[in-house]
Ligand binder design. Structure first.
Ligand code: HEC
Length: 411
């Protein structure tokens, strides 16, 4: 599920033809060779920065462009490809965004110290006083793009409504036409779109203090190019000192390091407090693994049965009759309820009850949502029992949602 959320957040870069612009060609003076993704909304910023770094280092620049868009193929640029680029094509890959909350970089490559930060922002028309989700008037529709991280933020902010669009352009166009008065989108995408239409002055954006909203920009490199990375860091320090860095990154990103979100932190603290408590009660780590192996019975089989019919009526057109996913993501299986996603029943239920069905969120009766949740749990391998699930239980349940039927990856 995490994977799906990130698919559209510019981490899914695809390899295409790599246009290679070699200046000189022979090994004369020292050369800085940099890879940039020409399909990224930050391409202009990345190339501007590459030129400034080369000038600072008194090196010639060899700019290698790769196409991360994949031309409609949605398989994504595999993270491994960055290793290949960094090893064989260039000494630095510029502009790679690293989630400030999870800090994961592609395998096999190293990352420089972050030189700037960007991320998902709250976009509002100029003049709006709200700078956070909670400051928006109650029931404001907030445009987001399908399968991007900000879809998750509605769970913690029930006062605003999700207005889900298939593409960033659709979400932006809803905002531009004032069909909605706020949107949560990837800052470089917003800037790219609005600057292109000469409309940047009509909107303001605010960094979101939410989990996985803040990203640091780093250059990726292979260990054998460590000297180039050190030179890069020195050049960045000089550009920071002279005040040039901030200008080179604006308006796509800000100079300096992003702070991890305070929400992410408090959620993490809460989670470890709960787990610590369970561990203390049960005595050892082994027993918490045992808790995972025998999931509690949260609902009755009658609930799951009528939940199935309601699921088929209200949800199947988007999530598929066997929950395999269609326009909406799969709702069963290890990709949905994976250990990585760290979902609890309450979180999934809140998404279902507040944001679903995507076309008319929150319109079903409480009982319908509860029975559909019972069906979802059943389909993910949870047993039925004697006690019926209530709306309140489902909203509060801290039981972990982990797919248990079929081939489980036991980690
Ligand atoms: C019109 C299409 C549509 C309908 C109908 C619909 N959904 Fe969704 N659903 C979506 C889309 C699109 C997403 C992905 C949104 C996002 O990015 O979070 C989604 C996301 C979800 C998620 C979060 C999954 C995840 O991996 O994060 C759950 C749970 C869910 N839907 C349950 C339901 C249930 C239950 C119903 C029926 C009450 C339902 N949906 C009806 C389109 C739909």
């Amino acid at each position: 599920m995490k994977q799906q959320m990130f698919k559209k957040s510019r981490l899914a870069w695809l390899v295409g033809s790599a246009a290679v612009l070699l200046y000189g060609g022979t090994a004369v003076a020292a050369e800085l060779s940099v890879c940039i993704d020409k399909s990224s909304p930050t391409a202009a910023m990345d190339s501007g920065l590459a030129h400034a770094i080369a000038t600072q280092e008194a090196n010639t620049l060899a700019l290698h462009e790769f196409d991360g868009s994949g031309g409609g193929d949605d398989d994504g640029f595999s993270m491994k490809e960055f290793g290949k680029l960094a090893k064989a094509t260039c000494s630095l890959v510029l502009g790679f965004p690293v989630d400030a909350d999870s800090k994961s970089t592609p395998p096999g490559v190293l990352a420089t110290t972050p030189y700037g930060h960007t991320g998902f922002v709250l976009v509002t028309p100029k003049g709006s006083k709200a700078t956070t989700l909670d400051q928006l008037p109650k029931n404001t529709d907030v445009a987001v793009t399908y399968q991007t991280t900000p879809n998750l933020y509605f769970v913690d902010h029930p006062g605003v409504n999700a207005d889900i669009h298939l593409t960033d352009d659709d979400a932006l166009s809803a905002l531009e036409k004032r069909k909605v008065h706020a949107a949560m989108l990837w800052q470089p995408t917003v800037v790219h779109y609005l600057v292109g239409k000469h409309e940047a002055a009509r909107f303001s954006y605010h960094e979101l203090d939410e989990p996985h909203a803040q990203f640091n920009l780093v250059a990726l490199y292979d260990a054998e190019h460590a000297p180039a990375a050190m030179e890069f860091e020195k050049a960045i320090a000089a550009l920071t000192e002279s005040g040039q860095l901030a200008k080179l990154l604006a308006p796509y990103a800000q100079a300096g390091l992003a702070m991890p979100s305070s929400r992410g932190k408090s959620a993490m603290l809460k989670r470890s407090a709960v787990e610590g408590g369970i561990d203390r009660l049960c005595g050892s780590k082994k027993s918490s693994a045992k808790t995972d192996a025998t999931p509690p019975a949260l609902f009755t089989s009658t609930q799951a049965d009528s939940g199935k019919i309601k699921y088929l009526t209200y949800c199947a057109m988007c999530h598929g009759p066997t929950l395999q996913g269609r326009a909406g993501p799969a709702l069963t299986g290890p990709n949905f309820a994976s250990a990585k996603a760290k979902f609890h029943v309450s979180e999934v239920f809140t998404i279902v009850a507040n944001n679903m069905p995507a076309t008319s969120p929150g319109t079903l009766a409480h009982e319908d949502y509860v029975e559909i949740m019972a069906f979802l749990l059943q389909q993910n391998g949870y047993p039925a029992g004697d006690k019926a699930l209530t709306f309140e239980d489902a909203t509060k349940s801290k039981v972990k949602l982990l797919y248990r039927a079929g081939p489980i990856d036991n980690k």
